[in-house]
Write a protein that binds this ligand. Structure first.
Ligand SMILES: *[C@@H]1O[C@H](CO)[C@@H](O)[C@H](O)[C@H]1NC(C)=O
Ligand SMILES: *[C@@H]1O[C@H](CO)[C@@H](O)[C@H](O)[C@H]1NC(C)=O
Ligand SMILES: *[C@@H]1O[C@H](CO)[C@@H](O)[C@H](O)[C@H]1NC(C)=O
Ligand SMILES: *[C@@H]1O[C@H](CO)[C@@H](O)[C@H](O)[C@H]1NC(C)=O
Ligand SMILES: *[C@@H]1O[C@H](CO)[C@@H](O)[C@H](O)[C@H]1NC(C)=O
Ligand SMILES: *[C@@H]1O[C@H](CO)[C@@H](O)[C@H](O)[C@H]1NC(C)=O
Ligand SMILES: *[C@@H]1O[C@H](CO)[C@@H](O)[C@H](O)[C@H]1NC(C)=O
Ligand SMILES: *[C@@H]1O[C@H](CO)[C@@H](O)[C@H](O)[C@H]1NC(C)=O
Length: 524
């Protein structure tokens, strides 16, 4: 691990998912959500035991907390917020380690209770207990019975921060003396990755002293509307031949799509098997799909994943791989087009018409209008459209591009207006990213006893405190920033320690937590 004086920091996202709407239509032209890596669930037939051998409830036991619907109006009542908990490593005086998996249904993420993750590693080292708390508006933790604009009014970063505070101060943990470990009586540690990493940092800014220590992995603290920087670490770290050829194809795509020449445009679309896709920016945007596959990579990923299948399709010709500069435009264009027509489009669209599968201009499509719970994509988009932005766009002119410059913020802002009618006064509403930074800080967040960890190969690096050109990183003992050569949130996973730089980050994290918690004193 390196400590940064300046450098880069990133976040990780879940795999691209394909939403199937109630009318059976597939929508395969949607950006991915950021989220922490999913791990296999622990076997349910292995008993969980405390340090003295007493059998404990299984990891998959669901607990419910009566959470305030609206922290600005407690009289609005409560909803049931799910959580998971274990005290297998706990000993009296140990820390309470809280985390949320963020913008996902948490029942697939309770492995974050265990020492397969940094959460459990720290618990094991410090004799702590671990909690996984489902974020409001995800999974079964819903303040309201639908995801209408009216219901979503209480879906804000601040409400999620206030959830942490109200939970920590009021939960009666299902363990011996579980009613006597609130902050002040026991040290609490907050851990999060990706969006939940930003939430960890924002909470420590917003609620000083509530959490004694924090760990924020790939924390996307710098809200921004135009997040073209997402593709920069991908461009730098993908195989050189594939990077060169994707750049060549994208330059050609932009040249053709901007040419106004209908014949050339139609030939290009036909080459990619999407003749029926009417809007040129939909075509430009969906070409990002192959790059989005990068964000599911981890140090333990094998060579056969979707991202590498794509690069192999471009770079392996008659069994021979291209050199570092690629095969050049002619072959790359034909190879990408052929891969799409014969393999990729059938795999994401089945036999659907390209417009139905990939078009985004039908504002009545149920994938925009359906307000039923749960719908993690919709709940996340509410935060995106209001407070974060993070639109995956082409870069400014004059630099290499692996994404078309036809994809600009207005493309996604239009979707915000479709999804949340009545919420905005514009057909292309601008997310209030500057307000988020003003409220909680961005690249220059620095809070004592909050450790940031980032990965060089994380597409979210540029939204973290490790972003290139920021001077925010500090290396004092109370505000460490670590940079490994990992991917998105790699350092949250124990198994990532196959990479020595990540092993170092994790060892440092535990070392800092031991130091910081040792100096904790109960409040009078
Ligand atoms: C913390 O990281 C540094 C830099 O990589 C490394 O030299 C040191 O051994 C690490 N500390 C621990 C306790 O592992
Ligand atoms: C063993 O651990 C459990 C759970 O922490 C605790 O309830 C129990 O009192 C302990 N028993 C002894 C004999 O220490
Ligand atoms: C992780 O925890 C389990 C108990 O849940 C324990 O058996 C195992 O030894 C621990 N792993 C390490 C590396 O300490
Ligand atoms: C899709 O394109 C084909 C030609 O490639 C055409 O025959 C067909 O009518 C189009 N379908 C729609 C719905 O536009
Ligand atoms: C070229 O492409 C092949 C196939 O995807 C890949 O295995 C190889 O690492 C690439 N080589 C360079 C130098 O980029
Ligand atoms: C739309 O809302 C924004 C933010 O509230 C405001 O700044 C702007 O003036 C409004 N525009 C119109 C046309 O009402
Ligand atoms: C943006 O967010 C800030 C901070 O929450 C708030 O003060 C401001 O009113 C918001 N601006 C708009 C246009 O909504
Ligand atoms: C960064 O920190 C400075 C001083 O601490 C503050 O004035 C500024 O608003 C911060 N910038 C951001 C983007 O948070």
């Amino acid at each position: 691990m390196k400590f940064l004086y300046h450098g880069i920091g990133l976040l990780f996202l879940a795999r691209l998912s394909f939403a199937i709407t109630p009318d059976g239509r597939i929508h395969a032209n949607r950006p991915p959500r950021p989220s922490i890596p999913k791990l296999p669930l622990p076997p349910t037939d292995t008993p969980v035991a405390s340090r003295n051998g007493t059998q404990l409830p299984p990891y998959n036991m669901v607990y419910y907390f009566d959470q305030l619907i609206d922290h600005n109006n407690p009289s609005a009542g409560t909803f049931q917020q799910r959580y998971w908990h274990t005290y297998e490593f706990y000993e009296s005086g140990g820390p309470i380690i809280l985390s949320t998996p963020g913008e996902v249904a948490a029942d697939a993420y309770y492995t974050y209770l265990t020492n397969s993750t940094i959460n459990g590693q720290i618990a094991q080292q410090l004799s702590g207990s671990t909690i996984v708390l489902e974020h409001r508006f995800f999974g079964e933790s819903n303040p309201h019975s639908d995801l209408s604009v009216t219901s979503l009014r209480v879906h804000t970063i601040q409400q999620a921060i206030d959830d942490f505070e109200y939970f920590a101060n009021n939960v009666q943990l299902p363990m011996p003396n579980g009613n006597a470990v609130a902050p002040g009586k026991a040290p609490w540690i907050l851990i999060g990755g990706s969006y939940a990493g930003a939430l960890t940092a924002y909470t420590m800014v917003n609620k000083p002293g509530l959490f004694e220590a924090g760990y924020a992995s790939s924390a996307v603290v710098q809200a921004m509307v135009d997040y073209w920087g997402y593709f920069e670490p991908i461009m730098q770290h993908m195989p050189a031949n594939c990077s060169a050829d994707v750049q060549a194809v994208i330059a050609q795509v932009d040249s053709v799509l901007n040419s106004g020449n209908t014949n050339s445009i139609n030939s290009l679309k036909e080459m990619f098997g999407v003749s029926n896709l009417s809007h040129l920016d939909d075509f430009a945007a969906v070409l990002r799909n192959n790059l989005f596959d990068w964000q599911s990579l981890q140090p333990t990923s094998g060579p056969g994943g979707a991202f590498y299948q794509f690069c192999d399709a471009l770079e392996v010709k008659n069994g021979v791989s291209a050199g570092a500069s690629g095969w050049g435009l002619t072959h790359a264009l034909q190879a990408w087009g052929s891969y799409w027509t014969n393999t990729y489009i059938p795999s994401i669209c089945g036999g659907l018409d390209a417009e139905d599968c990939l078009g985004t201009y039908d504002s009545t499509n149920p994938s925009w209008t359906n307000t039923a719970i749960p719908n993690a994509e919709r709940s996340w988009e509410w935060l995106v459209c209001n407070q974060f932005g993070f639109f995956y766009d082409g870069p400014p002119a004059g630099q290499p591009a692996i994404v078309s410059r036809l994809v600009q913020p207005a493309y996604d802002e239009r979707h915000c207006a479709y999804m949340f009618p009545g919420a905005f006064n514009s057909s292309t509403p601008t997310p209030n990213a500057t307000g988020t930074i003003a409220a909680y800080g961005g690249w220059n967040i620095s809070v004592d006893r909050l450790m940031f960890a980032n990965g060089q190969r994380d597409p979210w690096l540029e939204a973290t405190v490790g972003a290139a050109g920021t001077l925010a990183a500090k290396t004092t003992g109370l505000t460490p920033h670590a940079l490994s050569d990992g991917f998105h949130c790699s350092d949250l996973l124990t198994r990532s320690n196959v990479d020595p730089s990540i092993k170092n980050v994790q060892a440092n994290a535990t070392m800092f937590m031991v130091q910081w918690i040792a100096s904790w004193v109960p409040s009078a």
